[in-house]
Design a protein around this ligand. Structure first.
Ligand code: R5P
Length: 302
């Protein structure tokens, strides 16, 4: 029996990106029925013949992560039980990634739990972008393609930059991303020491390095409430930065983040489209991640 063609099946978290990726990867968008039983249970029906096929699944675990996670697990199970040969999960934003270590008694490691759930459901390969910590790759026993969005974000930033920038990491966790951008642009890195009171509140920020009279690029993997970016931008302004641009891979942008950014010293925030938004404020520009897939070995070859 001959192998069926490749399909990309898209969960409900980001259908716009699903269409864009199916075009650039030249993979047919697979038909499926996603619905809910009256009590809220999720139901999935694959409406293609995937017997022996290499299939792709797209889902980002953002903004309604609990629902999208369960929907994804059920979708993978349905594909496995339909005898797909391989199931590659494209998860542009790996939700639950920030709880990645037991830093105090009584807390879980949700990143590992999600990795286990995906493996048990049946994925055979994962493609993801800018994991919160690179070592999360080691939570999987299957191949992981970890892609990075910094080059495409830099390309957009260059269009408005007014000189050679200083790259600013707004906390210690984002130093790796900052270093990547600084080395790509051949410039230096400054770091902010951030002290938090809670996951949404910042107590204190201290700049290590100089930004006086220079354009600044603040680089982070996630913008959630926007508090980190805005506090970092205020500090850079106080320290005499000439221009402030922010580059962020994953824009969760909850809790009035867009509104806070609009009234901040940030001139422009470039975000990728790993997370779906129905609205973007004027200072925010979305950059597509599709080129990471079109120009790589990841897409299906027809
Ligand atoms: C933290 O480790 C991340 O890199 C981001 O800095 C953080 O998630 C941003 O959160 P918020 O936008 O709520 O300040």
């Amino acid at each position: 029996m001959s192998k069926n063609p490749s399909y990309l099946f898209c969960g409900s978290s980001h259908t716009t990106l699903g269409k864009e990726l199916s075009e650039c990867m030249k993979i047919t968008l697979g038909k499926l029925k996603l619905s809910q039983f009256p009590d809220g249970e999720i139901s999935v029906e694959i409406q293609e013949n995937v017997w022996g096929a290499d299939v792709f699944v797209l889902q980002s675990l953002a903004l309604n992560p609990n629902y999208y996670l369960v929907e994804l697990l059920i979708l993978i199970d349905a594909l496995k039980r339909s005898s797909a040969k391989s199931i590659t999960l494209i998860m542009p934003y790996f939700g639950y990634c920030r709880q990645d270590r037991k830093d105090k008694q009584g807390v879980p490691i949700t990143a590992k739990l999600v990795a286990n759930l995906l493996a048990v459901a049946g994925i055979t390969r994962l493609i993801t972008i800018d994991l919160h910590a690179g070592q999360l790759e080691g939570f999987f026993e299957i191949p992981v393609d970890h892609l990075h969005a910094q080059k495409i974000l830099i390309k957009s930033a260059k269009e408005i930059l007014k000189g050679t920038p200083v790259i600013v990491s707004p906390d210690v966790g984002s130093i790796k991303i900052g270093e990547k951008i600084a080395s790509e642009m051949g410039t230096e890195l400054a770091v902010i020491k951030k002290e938090r009171i809670s996951p949404t509140e910042i107590k204190k920020m201290e700049l290590i390095g100089s930004v006086t009279g220079r354009p600044v690029i603040i680089a982070d993997d996630i913008c959630s409430t926007g508090n980190t970016l805005v506090a970092a931008a205020n500090l850079c302004k106080e320290e005499g930065a000439l221009q402030i641009i922010a580059l962020v891979t994953h824009g969760l942008c909850i809790d009035f983040a867009f509104e806070k950014i609009e009234v901040s010293p940030i001139e422009k925030l470039f975000l990728t489209n790993t997370i779906s938004h129905s609205y973007l404020s004027p200072k925010v520009t979305e950059v597509s991640i599709c080129s990471l897939f079109c120009n790589s070995e990841i897409g299906a070859k027809k």
